[in-house]
Write a protein that binds this ligand. Structure first.
Ligand code: UFG
Length: 340
């Protein structure tokens, strides 16, 4: 019997790529999204890639009656929870918006997991490590106090999951700590669709390359790194999506070693902002308009993953090269612009 995975926020950047990989691995998927932070482009793209009209429930995960109805009407084997706000700066200026939505929706997921007995996969973030004292970071590296409400919700949701798993016998959970997800599906049918001015580096690069933005600002060139710019672990979105399939299979096939597990999802290869910009220019044959600008408040200097636990226990490994990923990001931007 096919297992059914509920993907909250399944029309978003990560959710849509995860849905494709789940379908292609033989799972049934129900997408739930309220379209508060995305349009239907990715949902339509997922249907096109998979050749299926996927079940879509338009709903707000903070609405417990709607969440309960969804769980009662369907036999859900696992839920992957993406439905959350993600703009770090906005979370500092409007923390209640983040606490209400990101915590409220996840508490509803946990309530239903308790009532119906279901596995929970939570999308966490490397942001929980703050500015790490040792690199690369392992899952045992200490979490640092969050510097934004967004970061705080990631830590709190991890703790909610840990405590519910410990207390309620039917609930098992995995938290995946993503490093920096970038890129797009090789079909260029789904990808990142930031609203307004992008906060993140790669969408800003592609929008500058296409002419939507005049110039990329590289935030800070006086950091204590080789070239003075920050270092990150950029993980391809399709690779990242595949990690979810491995984690879901681990839960559903009863292969978890503990009822609550955490995995870093990254490449283990750090790249500086300048290295990433240079790689984008080279692989796509584009001269990008960029300048150095002052540091951005809240940025950590350097962080990258030790992904060996995920490699070993999930049987997952990042496979795509940075070049492939940056070519896919550019193909997606061009498609959005109607140029290809
Ligand atoms: N950067 C620029 N110019 C830009 C955008 C970003 O130079 O226009 C730099 C940043 O300063 C940083 C690097 O590119 O050094 C990566 O920045 P992103 O905004 O793409 O990613 P972050 O590492 O800041 O963000 C990630 C996740 C968030 C998470 C955050 C926590 O995307 O979800 O880490 O710090 F909350």
């Amino acid at each position: 019997m096919k297992k059914t995975v509920l993907v909250s926020g399944g029309a978003g950047f990560i959710g849509s790529h995860v849905t494709v990989e789940l379908i292609q691995s033989g799972y049934d998927v129900i997408i739930a999204d309220d379209f508060s932070n995305c349009d239907r482009t990715n949902y339509n793209g997922v249907c096109q890639i998979t050749g299926r009209q996927l079940p879509l429930v338009e709903m707000d995960f903070c609405d417990i009656a709607a969440v309960r109805k969804l769980f009662i009407d369907n036999k859900i084997d696992a839920v992957i929870h993406f439905a959350a706000f993600k703009a770090v700066g906005e979370s500092v200026s409007d923390p209640l918006k983040y606490y209400t939505n990101n915590l409220g929706s996840f508490l509803n997921v946990l309530q239903m997991a308790r009532e119906q007995g279901c596995n929970v996969l939570f999308s966490s973030s490397a942001t929980v490590y703050g500015e790490p004292e040792e690199l690369p970071v392992t899952e045992n590296s200490p979490r640092q106090p969050a510097t934004s409400a967004y970061g705080n919700t990631k830590q709190m949701c991890e703790d909610f999951l840990r405590d519910c798993v410990a207390a309620y016998p039917g609930v098992r959970g995995i938290a995946l700590r993503y490093f920096n997800p970038i890129g797009a599906h090789p079909s260029a049918l789904i990808g990142e669709l930031p609203r307004g001015v992008p906060n993140n580096l790669v969408p800003f690069i592609t929008q500058t390359a296409i002419g939507k933005r005049e110039c990329l600002s590289i935030f800070g060139n006086d950091y204590p790194t080789e070239d003075g710019t920050c270092k990150r672990d950029y993980i391809d979105i399709v690779d990242l999506a595949k990690a979810h399939v491995c984690a879901v299979a681990r839960m559903l096939d009863d292969r978890m070693e503990q009822p609550y597990e955490i995995f870093n999802i990254g490449t283990g290869r750090p790249l500086s902002v300048l290295e990433l910009v240079n790689a984008f220019e080279k692989v796509n044959g584009i001269k990008l308009n960029w300048k150095f600008a002052p540091r951005r408040a809240g940025d950590v200097v350097a962080i990258w993953a030790d992904p060996s636990l995920a490699n070993e226990k999930l049987g997952w490994k990042a496979e795509r090269s940075t070049e492939e990923t940056l070519a896919a990001a550019w193909a997606w931007e061009k498609r959005l612009a109607g140029k290809q």
